[in-house]
Design a binder for this molecule. Structure first.
Ligand SMILES: [Zn+2]
Length: 461
């Protein structure tokens, strides 16, 4: 890799293995004003020539990230969370409407969150809003304010001010969104199927949130999406049975999509130690049969995206050995690709097969021209070494709370460099080099928020 460690802003980059149209091909990219202008034949005189052992990827897209700012910055924050994304090769994140204070359920709350983000972003950022019982009928105003879609819960969210929707409210939200071609994403678990968990035993915690809780909730969403014609998406699918339901619904033409997460694909309940809150998330990590089914869904196209559900909390809340009271949520914004690639490789699945789920899959969900190397797209890129093997250590995590289920695990692959708008913003060994991330707002909104000096740059579409 010539010049890679000295050049910060590049006009061209060449790689023998560039991920283009689903395969690795030799190519050179010409970059102008932060965008890819041209894809040309491999040119060894490019500003940067990627080593033949490495691959050049589009920057990854992670549409499920909780940064918890403003209000719970002791849990994460825009600065640390987006730095972690950059270190994971992720160049666009979409931030969840909880667990910030306030939750993002009104245009005013969104404006407050945007002010908090200004000047802190290491990568580009878009926003989800929230659908709660109180704002039904006013979701259009939230869409107009610049979110990519709304999230709802069908069981208690864990945050009092973010209430969950019942079946009738779910249908109302979808009907409202259908008129705008808006997107609803749903945390699919139903309270009536959830049991009480307490104690250190991981299997007990898993048993308290059975597959039926997810499956029955997914049925509600599919039925309501079918009736209203709205676009609906299920976040963090964990159960084998969900995949069959979704396969059938997709075949019927229902506008339903799903995501799963690296922790469901790369960890299984039998290997999770007891009394370790860093492995607790809802729905839970299940046994190998569910993991195998999720991989089948990844390979046959039933699963549309693999995203982190990066959901950190303080060490105090997470390290409670009682799994009933430990805070649920796994930190994974930095390790998504390497955790999945480690397991994919073990299963003999080539890198090309999983990359679309980290790039074009999530980008399509939120209708952004991201996660793709094509003329006109932002020059968001990552240089990845698929053959690197290392043991993850706490010290390399950029999270505010350096907790990860993969600390101490041997992982395959390493993100060597990350480029944002043609600028190298992260290199392994050097760390984060810039905070030049921008807001991504649907509709190309551009502007400057009152009370801040930071320009807020919009996005096409
Ligand atoms: Zn989440």
């Amino acid at each position: 890799m010539n010049a890679e460690t000295t050049t910060r802003t590049i006009r061209s980059i060449a790689a023998r293995r560039t991920f283009l149209d689903g395969a690795f091909r030799p190519a050179s990219l010409r970059i102008e004003d932060g965008r890819i202008r041209e894809i040309a034949p491999f040119d060894e005189h490019a500003d940067v020539v990627v080593d033949d052992a490495h691959v050049l990827l589009p920057g990854l897209v992670d549409t499920h990230v909780h940064l918890n700012e403003p209000g719970r910055t002791s849990w994460e924050g825009f600065a640390t969370g987006t730095a972690a994304a950059a270190a994971g090769g992720v160049t666009t994140v979409v931030e969840m409407p909880l667990n910030s204070i306030p939750v993002t359920t009104t245009p005013a709350a969104l404006a407050e969150k945007r002010r908090a983000a200004a000047g802190q972003l290491a990568v580009d950022l878009a926003y989800w809003g929230g659908a709660v019982p109180e704002n039904l009928g006013a979701l259009g105003a939230l869409l107009d304010a610049g979110i990519v879609g709304v999230k709802c819960f069908l069981a208690p969210s864990g945050i009092d001010e973010f209430g969950h929707l019942d079946a009738a409210q779910l249908e109302r939200a979808l009907a409202e969104l259908a008129e705008r071609d808006g997107l609803l994403i749903a945390h699919a678990e139903l309270e009536e199927h959830l049991g009480e968990a307490s104690g250190r035993v991981f299997a007990d915690f898993v048993a308290s949130r059975p597959p039926a809780a997810e499956v029955e909730a997914v049925k509600l969403v599919i039925d309501a999406a079918r009736r209203t014609g709205a676009r609906a998406h299920i976040v963090h699918v964990s159960a084998a049975e969900t995949l069959d339901l979704v396969r059938r619904a997709k075949a019927d033409g229902v506008a339903i999509t799903i995501e799963t997460c690296p922790h469901y694909l790369a960890l299984d309940a039998a290997s999770v130690p007891d009394g370790q809150g860093r492995f607790k998330c809802c729905p839970p990590i299940r046994d190998r049969s569910h993991q195998d089914a999720l991989w089948r869904g990844v390979l046959d196209g039933t699963v549309d995206a693999i995203v982190s559900d990066h959901s950190p909390a303080t060490a105090e809340l997470k390290l409670d050995p009682d799994l009933g009271t430990a805070w649920g949520g796994i930190s994974g914004a930095q390790t998504g690709l390497i955790a999945c690639w480690t397991e994919a490789r073990r299963r003999g699945i080539p890198l090309e097969r999983i990359l679309p789920l980290f790039t074009t899959g999530p980008a399509r969900l939120v209708r952004l021209t991201r996660g793709t190397i094509e003329p006109g797209a932002p020059a968001h890129l990552a240089v990845f070494d698929p053959d690197a093997v290392h043991t993850l250590v706490e010290g390399e995590l950029e999270y505010r709370n350096k907790l990860s289920p993969w600390v101490g695990a041997e992982l395959s692959g390493a993100v060597l460099h990350t480029y944002l708008h043609g600028e190298r913003i992260f290199s392994r060994g050097e760390g984060l080099l810039a905070r030049s991330g921008r807001e991504v707002l649907p509709g190309g909104e551009q502007g400057r928020l009152a009370g801040t000096d930071a320009p807020l740059t919009g996005e096409e579409r």
